[in-house]
Design a protein around this ligand. Structure first.
Ligand code: PHE
Length: 339
């Protein structure tokens, strides 16, 4: 008969060597498993003389119990060490900066549009949007620009049919609104416009922001006061505006509006080509004929209108030098405008 003491020692040594649960399980099986050493001893019982069997059985049971305890104790240690290792490996560094969630940002044109709306909404303007596909009447005729009027050549028009076209100006919205609403009117009309035009500062599709005010006693002074306020909010606290005579069929008198260059403060730089002023929009007093076309009595009411290119405003404000950047969708450009 094998010495149970020796088996116990052997089991102890092997369990000690088992560094993980899997190895320990294997050791355990080698001793207590179905073909294990202790089980083999039990099986050998029948070869032992009957009178020695009870003592032998007792001895083996004691051995089994001892081994079970031994393995359990070892298992506890191995498991604890494994847990420790796992915790160390999975430790989270709570001071590590979190992975940033990717989020989109507003396009600089949308931003500029929203900023403009904010400024003029603060002065009581309401937003009205007209259609992008217009007919000749709203885009030209009602705006005092009949067929064969030389001013139609000022805007290279994309015609869809003889009558329908892609609007060349948001001014078309003036007519659509005045047909429906009578003064007092304070309208802001943003939107896309289209002209066959293409260079560093012109693109066949761009955005405009139209403004229209009609009421009793409206004068050019009201226009300039409002534009001064706009320039100070949009560009710089010290910004000033200047009106230069111009021509649009739907305004009389018509003006071109310059804003003092925010980049040099008016002293003259490359941006303003040394003049200290930058042209930002067209405007004027609403032509009597336009009011009449909409059933508004020009002897009772007067008004002013202005139209600005949103790309142009954004380019000036953010120092963008090519209009194509707005439509290229280059993330390196667009991400500069995220909050
Ligand atoms: N519609 C003109 C343009 O696109 C701008 C403008 C609007 C001028 C309103 C005067 C009044 O050039």
């Amino acid at each position: 008969m094998e010495d149970t003491e020796k088996i116990a020692e052997e089991a102890q040594a092997e369990a000690e060597k088992a560094e993980n649960s899997q190895a320990l399980y294997e050791v355990k099986t080698r001793f207590l498993g179905r073909t294990g050493k202790v089980t083999a001893l039990l099986k050998s019982m029948k070869e032992i003389a009957a009178e020695r069997r009870p003592a032998f059985g007792k001895q083996i049971n004691a051995l089994r119990e001892k081994l079970e305890q031994l393995f359990a104790a070892r298992e506890e240690k191995v498991k604890a060490r494994e847990l420790e290792a796992r915790l160390a490996e999975e430790r989270a560094d709570v001071t590590m900066p979190a992975r940033r969630r990717k989020k989109g940002g507003l396009h600089p044109i949308t931003r500029t549009k929203n900023e403009l709306i904010d400024i003029f909404a603060g002065m009581g303007f309401e937003v009205f949007e007209g259609p992008e596909i217009e007919n000749e009447y709203y885009n030209f005729t009602a705006l005092n620009t009949p067929k064969d009027h030389p001013a139609r050549d000022m805007q290279d028009t994309f015609y869809l049919t003889d009558e329908f076209l892609l609007r060349t100006q948001t001014s078309a919205g003036q007519i659509r609104l005045m047909e429906k609403k009578k003064p007092p009117i304070k309208m802001l009309s943003p939107g896309r416009v289209f002209r066959s035009d293409d260079d560093a500062t012109h693109s066949p599709m761009f955005h405009q922001m139209e403004g229209l005010v009609v009421d009793r006693g409206i004068t050019l002074c009201d226009l300039q006061g409002m534009l001064d306020q706009f320039a100070r909010t949009m560009f710089a606290e010290t910004s000033k505006t200047r009106l230069r005579p111009s021509y649009f069929p739907f305004t009389e008198p018509s003006v071109e509006v310059d804003v003092s260059c925010a980049s040099c403060g008016g002293r003259g730089c490359a941006l303003c080509k040394g003049t200290g002023w930058i042209e930002v929009l067209g405007a004027g007093m609403v032509n009597r004929r336009v009011l009449e076309n909409c059933g508004i009595d020009p002897d009772e009411y007067s008004g002013f209108a202005f139209g600005m290119g949103i790309e142009r405003i954004a380019m000036l404000k953010y120092g963008i030098n090519h209009i194509r950047l707005f439509t290229e969708n280059d993330l390196r450009f667009l991400q500069q405008f995220e909050d």
